[in-house]
Design a protein around this ligand. Structure first.
Ligand SMILES: O=C1O[C@H](COP(=O)(O)O)[C@@H](O)[C@H](O)[C@H]1O
Length: 239
């Protein structure tokens, strides 16, 4: 695992964009496609905007990129909390990924059916391959959650199914998510974590005892050397 600490959130996003672009270029020199899982929330916005503009945009062959999401909030696509909406507005509307290679989680189906369908899709893509995604981009909430793996929820301990749906009472909404086993089998994983509000949880995740039910980001332990934490100074201030 590598930890990269930038001075500011803007530097953090730029360093992550640089790393992702170098890595995507390398993968696309060796393979036909690049499979990328995006996260939601607010942290990736600056990163996406960098990837969607020169010079980064022009270094990636977006026609060969296949897009997935790590998790989704079950709200309408028109709702600003929808992770896919953010992904389109900040990145996908500005690059040449073919529409048929973009797989948003389906919020029109009942949640369990939606995740059963997404799980089948992921198995079709990745069964028989050494790794699952070429790259998973993750964020972390102030409480140490990642994807929709929230403290105290059963889904944190899932070690077989690649996708799950569940109701999150504290947010009064269903959540759709990929799970730790599919992320831990990815060829590369990065976290992007910024801001002082995340410093306490980040310290526990990286340096505390292993308590994944309390700090679900600890469940992410990919079997690859390509595992990088992009932090800003404020998030890293308690390490
Ligand atoms: O709810 C979510 O939160 C996390 C963290 O979001 P942020 O706004 O603190 O960056 C995010 O990674 C996840 O995809 C999202 O659904």
């Amino acid at each position: 695992m590598n930890i990269n600490i930038a001075d500011t959130p803007a530097d953090c996003a730029r360093e992550a964009a640089e790393w992702i672009t170098d890595y995507a270029e390398l993968v696309l020199q060796q393979r036909e496609r690049f499979t990328l899982a995006l996260s939601g929330g607010s942290t990736p916005i600056a990163l996406h905007k960098l990837l969607a503009a020169p010079p980064y945009r022009d270094r990636i062959d977006w026609k060969r990129v296949h897009i997935f999401w790590g998790d989704e909030r079950c709200v309408l696509f028109s709702d600003d909390r929808n992770n896919a909406k953010m992904g389109f507005e900040t990145l996908l509307n500005h690059v040449d990924v073919p529409k048929e290679q973009i797989y948003a989680m389906n919020i029109d189906l009942p949640p369990d059916a939606s995740m059963a369908e997404y799980g089948t899709l992921l198995h079709q893509y990745f069964d028989g391959h050494e790794h699952t995604f070429d790259l998973v981009i993750l964020g972390m909430g102030d409480d140490g959650h990642t994807l929709s793996l929230f403290p105290g929820t059963e889904v944190v301990n899932e070690d077989r199914d690649w996708t799950k749906a569940f109701f999150l009472p504290q947010q009064d909404m269903f959540r759709l998510t990929i799970t730790a086993p599919v992320v831990n089998a990815a060829a590369a994983v990065i976290f992007q974590v910024e801001g002082a509000k995340k410093a306490d949880a980040l310290k526990e995740v990286l340096q505390g005892d292993y308590q994944p039910s309390k700090y679900p980001s600890q469940r992410i332990k990919p079997k690859t050397e390509e595992f990088v934490w992009f932090l800003d100074k404020a998030a890293a201030s308690k390490l």
